[in-house]
Design a protein around this ligand. Structure first.
Ligand code: KIV
Length: 258
């Protein structure tokens, strides 16, 4: 087993797992210093391209961004999302997962869902492709409003059952998105692999956020997003200083000229 995956598995019930999204090298370099997992999420569709759905993200979008991210990652596990309609059957999934892994040199891929793609996940794992699962709110399947999951007894049972199936299939961790706190706790305590929460409470083994969100770069009012810093303000200050010095001919001074 990949050493980095082993390390992530060993953190269950010991220390929290840190996962953050990265879409390019400069961000990846900083994330790599602190995170266990760097995720090239298909959220890049909404964050970078203003798409209203991750369904518009293509395989080549993911591969190009991942190639850039790879240059910034040394120690963390690099996971790449398989975009919409790139894993409709096991042969398509294997062909595309292999392409992602060969071209980007990532460590693993992430697929959304369980029941409809059980045989696909099983096939990838049989072919030695490490897979991360994703349950709860599945952005590639959302048509309309984003709502939290696990509110009804039926949903709770389904989520618990799916997490056990994913564990049995051999995924090394599961992202739990927008799942009610008590259900996230139940799932986390019922399986031996780590759960990585996003909007699913402190009861998960780790947490993931979209990096642009936590840095305050993204306009969003999603309940689970905490803005840990307002980087937009810092960018503005830098740009204003540059503009001021250009207008007043202070920049470029002799020091910055040939
Ligand atoms: O696409 C993404 O960035 C994700 C995470 C938010 C879990 O799937």
């Amino acid at each position: 087993m990949n050493k980095k995956i082993k390390n992530i598995l060993s953190k269950k019930n010991k220390s929290k797992i840190i996962c953050l999204t990265a879409y390019s090298k400069n961000f990846a370099e900083e994330i790599d210093k602190h995170a266990d997992i760097a995720l090239v999420g298909d959220s890049l569709g909404s964050v970078l391209y203003d798409y209203n759905t991750t369904r518009k993200v293509t395989l080549s979008n993911m591969i190009e961004h991942s190639k850039s991210v790879r240059k910034g990652i040394k120690k963390s596990l690099m996971v790449v999302d398989m975009p919409y309609q790139t894993y409709r059957n096991k042969n398509e999934a294997y062909k595309n997962a292999k392409k992602i892994i060969i071209e980007t040199k990532c460590d693993a891929v992430k697929l959304e869902g369980c029941n409809k793609i059980k045989n696909i996940i099983a096939y990838l794992i049989k072919k030695k492709i490490p897979v991360m699962g994703h349950l709860g709110l599945l952005p590639q399947s959302v048509k309309g409003k984003f709502v939290s999951k696990g509110k009804t007894e039926r949903e709770k049972k389904k989520l618990l059952n799916e997490s056990k199936i994913l564990e049995r299939l051999g995924v090394f961790a599961i992202v739990l998105e927008c799942i009610r706190s008590d259900v996230a706790k139940l799932i986390t305590n019922s399986i031996s692999i780590p759960t990585i929460g996003i909007g699913s409470s402190v009861n998960c083994d780790g947490q993931v956020l979209v990096t642009d969100d936590l840095l305050g770069l993204n306009k969003t009012n999603i309940k689970f997003v905490k803005k840990f810093i307002n980087l937009k303000k810092n960018i503005n200050q830098g740009v204003i200083k540059f503009k001021r010095e250009v207008l007043t001919k202070k920049f470029p001074s002799k020091k910055y000229s040939y």
